[in-house]
Ligand binder design. Structure first.
Ligand code: GLP
Length: 264
């Protein structure tokens, strides 16, 4: 696993945005096949999306041949609800870049048959050629997408029940009222994320420090599903100083030294 530590949240987000744009541009140079990109919601990716939108407007990257799959969506929340992940994605990214509408995939949390919707999502990912890159965040308890603690590390897209902790944390988007937060979601599985050629996890701020410390230095465990990245050949964790706060000093110095050596 590679760990990139930046001084602040802005620089960490810029690193991720430029990495994503660089990967899209690199594939476009050698292949006509679409770039298949997994995407998260949450407050963490907002600055990444703002930079990708800026780069798109400046002609530095195009999304015309990018196919996206979002990692999760609430069950039962109307698509037009401002806190649906559909709304979030259009507001923060898709309305600001040149991606064709038909290239965008987001799970339908109101599908009549949720299990069938999940199975068909996995089929669409395969049909698109599989993920070139999966970008994700991390929950305070170490979850990736909505793969809460004790999710199988072999899981695929399915309906999940949110933990009380996640409902409490996410209630900030619903006026602080836990009763307004959907209790279930649909989420790509841990194995779906790990099927990507490259996985980038971005974590910002002190609330993510414990989960990041455990994911990087602890054992691979279903209690912290981001720890499964240890088994991925091309996993990158990008953090600001605060999210790096629970790394051991020696690990911190090592990751900094590796990056300095690679830039030489
Ligand atoms: C939700 C999402 C995750 C996201 C997490 C952290 O649980 N399902 O994909 O990583 O929130 O969100 P934030 O970036 O707002 O801290």
């Amino acid at each position: 696993m590679k760990v990139i530590i930046r001084d602040n949240a802005k620089d960490a987000a810029l690193w991720v945005a430029h990495r994503i744009a660089g990967a899209i541009n690199a594939k476009a140079k050698v292949s006509k096949k679409p770039f298949v990109l997994g995407l998260p919601t949450g407050s963490t990716p907002e600055a990444v999306y703002a930079e990708l939108a800026r780069m798109n407007k400046a002609g530095e990257v195009s999304f015309k041949n990018v196919v996206t799959f979002n990692m999760d969506e609430y069950v039962g929340l109307p698509v037009e609800h401002p806190e649906s992940y559909h709304s979030f994605m259009f507001r923060n990214l898709f309305d600001h870049v040149d991606i064709p509408r038909e290239n965008i995939h987001i799970l339908d949390g109101n599908a009549p048959d949720l299990a069938a919707e999940c199975a068909s999502y996995e089929e669409k990912i395969v049909a698109a050629g599989g993920f070139d890159l999966f970008f994700g965040g991390i929950g305070e308890d170490g979850h990736i997408a909505f793969n809460e603690p004790f999710s199988s590390l072999q899981s695929r897209t399915r309906v999940v029940t949110l933990t009380d902790d996640t409902i409490r944390v996410n209630s900030r988007f619903f006026g602080g009222d836990v009763n307004l937060v959907p209790k279930q979601a649909m989420s790509v599985g841990v194995a779906t994320v790990l099927s990507a050629a490259e996985v980038i996890i971005l974590a910002l701020g002190p609330k993510k420090a414990r989960a990041i410390g455990e994911a990087i230095e602890g054992p691979i465990t279903h209690k912290n599903t981001v720890s499964s990245l240890q088994n991925h050949p091309d996993g990158i964790v990008v953090v600001d100083e605060e999210a790096a706060g629970e790394l051991k000093l020696n690990s911190y110095k090592y990751f900094k030294a590796v990056e300095a050596a690679e830039m030489r």
